[in-house]
Design a protein around this ligand. Structure first.
Ligand SMILES: [Zn+2]
Length: 389
């Protein structure tokens, strides 16, 4: 069920009390059954609270979480990042709800907005979260007018060269309360993406006791990646006491947007029918405004997979940049190198994955994958050398 129809089925009051319970983001308690509230003990020093307040966050219910503080229920702030906190610029004043908003820190243009996201081994075997990450990356990349390029790095695959990892997505290993789906960090003071997303390996729908479905997982990962890129909660003022600092309203977005994937308290929302678009056109406006497309910009992709194979063994290789935007095309080629004679072209592969290839003759081979036809005008090629023994 789409989030919009959930919303229309309840009065606003009911809706918020319902969603708040399970939320990615909200801290209000309600009459909800089953849920275990997060630890609300305030153990944080006053000077730390003051710094967090300076950053424009709510100061109720701040929790310590290892090397982080958790604020507004799903946002991680690293303790390290608070050492150099600057006073944020003041915001324009608004009444009531606010629209799509961004943090003061955004991701800089280093690496042409290529952001490498690693799936940690803690969720390799977790079907819902793993596929949710794939879907979320594809959705952000397929948005036609933004410059953000997310590359999926799988931590048990071999890469040469090894990519720098910007964001790690890992399982919580029991650390998160059962009513919280995921946490994420905002961009750092050095204008790099927030570098951690934690997903709750046993997050369940309290109505059905089932693990959330793939559409719900995708919704949550799209949302958390949005935080790492600097998007705040669209309904910030509706679900939390008003605060105007540190949330910069994004031009061209409405005063409220029930369809926004960046609304807090929507962890049970289901991403399904609009693939590969973002759930709200204003989510697209928001990311397009923060990171406008530069068509001369360049994808920096990697091919991941085994460096060495046995004769007649098989391996699957993946291109890190995954998009299904209109016109994009992936062309795979395999060439013999260093004296090995071989050429093969895979003309029918358009999904960034080269499935189960093998070689009958020992030698040296080079895989090439070329991306063309998408929103960036310059085709790019990633290569990977393979030794077959
Ligand atoms: Zn959130």
């Amino acid at each position: 069920m789409k989030n919009t129809s959930i919303l229309s089925a309840f009065s606003k009051t009911m809706c918020f009390s319902l969603l708040l319970i399970f939320s990615i983001s909200s801290c209000k308690k309600s009459e909800a059954p089953v849920v275990t509230p997060p630890d609300t003990k305030l153990e944080v020093e006053a000077t730390t609270i003051a710094k967090i307040k300076e950053l424009g966050f709510q100061t109720q219910n701040i929790k310590e979480f290892g090397e982080y503080y958790i604020v507004e229920d799903d946002i991680l702030i690293s303790k390290k990042s608070l050492l150099g906190v600057k006073r944020p610029e003041s915001l324009m004043s608004t009444g009531g709800k606010i629209s799509q908003a961004s943090t003061n820190n955004l991701v800089n243009g280093n690496n042409y907005h290529n952001v490498n996201i690693s799936i940690d081994e803690s969720i390799w075997g977790h079907g819902v979260w793993y596929s949710a990450v794939l879907t979320a990356i594809t959705v952000w990349n397929s948005n036609p007018n933004s410059d953000i390029k997310l590359n999926l790095i799988i931590s048990d695959y071999q890469y040469s060269p090894s990519p720098n990892v910007d964001i790690v997505i890992r399982g919580d290993q029991g650390a998160l309360p059962t009513n919280v789906a995921a946490y994420a960090e905002f961009p750092t003071d050095s204008q790099r993406p927030g570098n951690l997303i934690l997903v709750n390996s046993d997050f369940r729908d309290p109505f059905t006791q089932s693990f959330i479905n793939q559409g719900q997982g995708a919704w949550n990962v799209i949302h958390e990646i949005g935080h790492t890129l600097g998007l705040r909660h669209t309904n910030y003022q509706a679900i939390d006491p008003p605060s105007n600092a540190g949330a910069n309203l994004i031009a061209g977005t409405p005063t409220s947007d029930p369809n926004s994937v960046m609304n807090g308290g929507t962890a049970l929302s289901d991403y399904n029918s609009s693939y590969p678009a973002l759930p709200s056109i204003y989510d697209a406006v928001a990311i397009n405004t923060l990171y406008p497309l530069s068509s001369s910009s360049t994808i920096i992709p990697y091919i991941g997979g085994q460096n060495a194979l046995f004769t007649n063994g098989q391996a699957t290789y993946q291109m890190s940049y995954k998009s299904v935007e209109t016109g994009i095309y992936y062309k795979w080629e395999v060439t013999g190198i260093n004296g090995t004679s071989y050429y093969y072209e895979f003309t029918d592969d358009t999904d960034a994955i080269l499935n189960e290839i093998g070689f009958s003759t020992p030698g040296n081979y080079q895989l090439k994958c070329t991306i063309s036809g998408g929103k960036y005008t310059t085709p790019v090629t990633a290569t990977k050398n393979i030794v077959v023994q």
